[in-house]
Design a binder for this molecule. Structure first.
Ligand code: NAD
Ligand code: MG
Length: 394
C-alpha cells in the first residue's frame, strides 16, 4: 500500500488521478489532497477519499473547509492553509508518491521539495520542470527520487525507452524523439482570423479535456514548446533531436526513433488516466478505466510538420532552450502572464506570442545556477511582461 499526495487535486489531472485511485483501493491510500480555492470540490473529495490532510492555499477557504468537514466522516482530517503547507504535505513520511498537478510556477516549490525528499514524483506540472531545468533534475539525481512523466507525450516516450530506463539519462541508441501534437483548435483556422478568436474558442480543445491554461497553451502550441523543453530535460536530448509532428487524431502519443531504424510508438485513446495509471502502477500495470482502442474506428492517421508561422510560440520555445540558462524560465513566466491576460480579454490571442517575444528580448541567457536565480528571473520576467502588456493595450 503506497501513500499518495495529490498537489492540485481539484484540477483536471487531480480528478483523473482520483478516478484511477478509486479503482485500486488496495494499492493506494490518499494521505493528502491540496487545492487553491475550490472548497466544494475538495470537500467532496475529502469525504470520498478520507485523506489525513487537506490543504486549501487560501486561508479563508481553508476555514470554510474545516467548517464543512466538522461533524462529517471527514472530521478527523487536518486542514492547513498557505503555500508552505503544500511543501509540508508533499514531504510527509507517510507519503511515497506525489502527483504534481498544480498548474504553473506555483507548483515548483512543493514539487521540488518532494523531489529533494526522494519521493516518487508523478510529474504533470511541466511548468515547474521547464522553469527550474537542471536544478530540478539535480535534486532528483541527488535524492534518488523516481521521476515518472505524466504528460501523455513524455509518458509515451518513457514507455518507448529501453527497459529499466531512468529519467534524466541519455538513451544512447535513441537518435530522435518524435513529439506528437494535436495542433489544437486553430490548426486550420485562416491566419487572418486568429487575432479575433475568443478565450471560449481557445479552451475548446478538439481531443483533450484540460484546465484553461493548458488549453490555451495547446491552442498557441506553447504547450508543445514547453513539452519540447520538458523532453530535453527528462530524456537528456538536444532540441535538434526532437521533432514536433502534428498528428490530429491524437492516437499516437509520441515516438522514439532508434539507430537501427526501429521507431517505437505508444498508442491509446486520448485519456489522461492511461499515463496516470501507467506511472502509478510502474513497473507493473493496472486497469485505468480507459476504453480499449478501437483501431477500426480510427481508420486513418495523419502526420504533418508544424507551421512555425502559424505557431510562433513553438519557435520561441526552440529559441529559449537553445539559448539555455534562464531563458526557459523567462519564456514560461511570460507565457503565464500573457495567457492570463488573454483569458481576461486584455490582449488578443496573437498578442500572446508578442508578449513572450518582447519579454525574452529584455533578458540575456544568464546561467541558472541556483533556485534563487530562477525565482528572481521568474519574478523579473513577470514584471516585464506586465509592462509589455500595458504598452500593447494603452
Ligand atoms: P487545472 O487548472 O484543471 O487544475 C490546476 C490545479 O492546481 C487545481 O487543483 C488548482 O486548485 C491548483 N492550483 C492552481 N493554482 C494554484 C496555486 N497558485 N497554488 C496552489 N494550487 C494551485 O489544470 P490541469 O489541466 O489539471 O493541469 C495541471 C498541470 O498538469 C499543468 O501543469 C498542466 O500543464 C499539466 N498537464 C495537464 C494535462 C491535462 O490533460 N489536463 C495533460 C498534461 C499535462
Ligand atoms: Mg502533453
Amino acid at each position: 500500500m503506497k501513500g499518495l499526495c495529490i498537489l492540485g487535486a481539484t484540477g483536471s489531472i487531480g480528478v483523473s488521478t482520483l478516478d484511477v485511485v478509486s479503482r485500486h483501493p488496495d494499492k493506494y491510500k490518499v494521505i493528502a489532497l491540496t487545492a487553491n480555492h475550490n472548497v466544494d470540490r475538495l470537500f467532496a473529495q475529502c469525504l470520498e477519499f478520507l485523506p489525513n490532510y487537506a490543504v486549501m492555499v487560501d486561508s479563508e477557504k481553508a476555514q470554510q473547509l474545516r467548517d464543512k468537514l466538522a461533524n462529517t466522516a471527514g472530521s478527523a482530517i487536518q486542514v492547513f492553509s498557505g503555500t508552505a503547507a503544500l511543501e509540508h504535505v508533499a514531504t510527509l513520511e507517510a507519503v511515497d508518491s506525489v502527483m504534481a498537478a498544480i498548474v504553473g510556477a506555483a507548483g515548483l516549490l512543493p514539487t521540488l521539495a518532494a523531489a529533494s525528499a526522494g519521493k516518487t514524483i508523478l510529474l504533470a506540472n511541466k511548468e515547474a520542470l521547464v522553469m527550474s531545468g537542471d536544478i530540478f533534475m539535480q535534486a532528483v539525481q541527488k535524492s534518488g527520487a523516481l521521476l515518472l512523466p505524466i504528460d501523455s507525450e513524455h509518458n509515451a516516450i518513457f514507455q518507448c525507452m529501453p527497459a529499466a530506463y531512468t529519467a534524466g539519462h541519455p538513451a544512447k541508441q535513441a537518435r530522435r524523439i518524435l513529439l506528437t501534437a494535436s495542433g489544437g483548435p486553430f490548426r486550420e483556422t485562416p491566419l487572418e482570423q486568429l487575432p479575433h478568436v475568443t478565450p471560449e474558442q481557445a479552451v475548446a480543445h478538439p481531443k483533450w479535456e484540460m484546465g484553461r491554461k493548458i488549453s490555451v497553451d495547446s491552442a498557441t502550441m506553447m504547450n508543445k514548446g514547453l513539452e519540447l523543453i520538458e523532453a530535453c530535460l527528462l530524456f537528456s536530448m538536444s532540441p535538434d533531436a526532437i521533432q514536433v509532428v502534428i498528428h490530429k487524431q491524437s492516437i499516437i502519443h509520441s515516438m522514439v526513433d532508434y539507430v537501427d531504424g526501429s521507431v517505437l510508438a505508444q498508442m491509446g485513446n486520448p485519456d489522461m488516466r492511461t499515463p496516470i495509471a501507467h506511472a502509478m502502477a510502474y513497473p507493473e500495470r493496472f486497469e485505468s478505466g480507459v476504453a480499449p482502442l478501437d483501431i477500426f474506428a480510427v481508420r486513418q492517421m495523419d502526420f504533418e510538420q508544424a507551421d512555425l508561422n502559424r505557431f510562433p510560440c513553438l519557435a520561441l520555445a526552440y529559441q529559449a532552450i537553445r539559448a539555455g540558462g534562464i531563458m526557459p524560465t523567462i519564456l514560461n513566466a511570460a507565457n503565464e502572464i500573457a495567457v492570463a491576460a488573454f483569458l481576461e480579454r486584455q490582449i488578443k490571442f496573437t498578442d500572446i506570442a508578442q508578449v513572450i517575444e518582447k519579454t525574452m528580448q529584455q533578458f540575456s541567457p544568464d546561467a541558472a545556477h541556483s533556485l534563487a536565480i530562477i525565482l528572481a528571473a521568474d519574478e523579473q520576467a513577470r514584471d516585464v511582461s506586465h509592462r509589455v502588456i500595458a504598452d500593447l493595450t494603452s
